[in-house]
Design a protein around this ligand. Structure first.
Ligand code: SF4
Length: 364
């Protein structure tokens, strides 16, 4: 039986940040700090643990907020000492945090090793220097490669976060970044579409007409290709949607951009739409005419196959002049797809179809 994962999120807001990322509304002051205390960390861990079920579970404490290792070292030690204590008592299993690539060096990693951190996620955003420069990131792609190597050399799990639709970004640049990520063999990846947040330099650029965010459709299209590429290479994409500083208040802080509350589902559904269309296109359309087809899959995949508001079902019924499509959840591995048309039962290999699509798009 596999373990259920539980995350105890501890958001470590900065009281300031010396950087100028155009998409971020962090006020620029020198030096990073935070008002999160060890007492708060302990209280949060206790609160979460009290709600977790008994039995086989995997619990991780995650320090979110983007630049953990930029905070004063004494404050880092103080905050990390709490999950360390819980780990020693086997009350939690892992510790993870996110930071900038230029806040990684041997001194930092020695400290994180001492405090038994398991996973370090880097906010990379892009591996094209032009995009990094135009986005005011203040670090180069070289620094990302160096930090990633050092993190792996020290034996930490490496997480990588990328954004799409940044200033100067293109679909080709995003695919380039994803391919470079794959070469770094990360433990996990997050993909964030760029949103225009109030009180950011990006908002000014948008108002002046020098920056246009991706439409939701464009964003879904790019993310679909990225997710397929990562899935093809067996890389775990743990988050799709929102953005790294996602303590943003939705509705109040987002000026414009490809935001959708079910963003990942839209992407996953699009993948199934492509797979089913590509497969059924290889068959004689006369087989389907006015037939009801059944799709058998893992229960968790039903809504992704059907699509939001059953859009995939409607699309396929219309395209192949079907009478109806029924989807059944069965006890089978995630990603399994069986199509039944009268006596015919066809097993669609998701990975094979993804490979076919990526080759057709000249992505692999
Ligand atoms: S994204 Fe992170 S590094 Fe960039 S300005 Fe915001 S808080 Fe600072």
């Amino acid at each position: 039986m596999s373990k259920n994962y539980f995350i105890i999120p501890i958001f470590v807001p900065h009281l300031g940040c010396p950087h100028d990322c155009v998409f971020c509304n962090q006020r620029r002051i020198t030096g990073l700090s935070t008002d999160v205390t060890a007492e708060y960390v302990e209280q949060t861990i206790e609160e979460y643990i009290s709600t977790f079920p008994e039995g086989k579970i995997h619990v991780e404490v995650a320090f979110y907020g983007g630049s953990f290792t930029g905070i004063d070292m004494e404050v880092q030690k103080n905050l990390l000492s709490v999950p360390l204590k819980y780990k020693a008592k086997n009350k939690i299993d892992g510790i993870r945090l996110s930071t900038r690539p230029d806040y990684i060096d041997e001194k930092v990693l020695n400290l994180l090793k001492k405090y038994k951190v398991d996973t370090i996620e880097l906010g990379v955003q892009s591996l094209k220097d032009e995009v990094l420069n135009k986005s005011g990131r203040g670090h180069s792609s070289r620094q990302v490669f160096d930090a990633a190597k050092l993190i792996k050399d020290y034996g930490f799990n490496l997480g990588l976060q990328m954004m799409i639709g940044l200033v100067g970004d293109t679909k080709e640049n995003a695919i380039y970044t994803a391919k470079e990520f794959i070469k770094l063999d990360p433990y996990c990846v997050r993909i964030y579409p760029t949103l225009v947040i109030k009180d950011t330099y990006l908002e000014k650029m948008y108002n002046k007409g020098v920056y246009n965010p991706l439409s939701l459709e464009e964003s879904i299209d790019i993310t679909t290709d990225l997710l397929m590429l990562f899935e093809y290479h067996n890389i775990n994409v743990i988050r799709v949607g929102l953005q790294p500083t996602d303590n943003i208040r939705l509705g109040r802080d987002v000026v414009i951009g490809p935001f959708h509350s079910s963003y990942r589902q839209l992407v996953e559904s699009n993948i199934y739409k492509i797979i089913l269309k590509d497969y059924l296109d290889t068959m004689d359309k006369a087989i389907f005419f006015n037939k009801t087809i059944s799709i058998k899959t893992n229960s968790k995949s039903i809504s992704n196959i059907a699509g939001q508001r059953s859009n995939n079902i409607k699309y396929l019924i219309d395209r192949y002049k079907l009478n109806n499509i029924k989807i059944y959840g069965e006890d089978m591995p995630e990603g399994s797809i069986y199509i039944c048309i009268e006596d015919l039962e066809i097993n669609i290999d998701k990975k094979e179809m993804i490979e076919m699509y990526l080759k057709r798009q000249a992505i692999i």
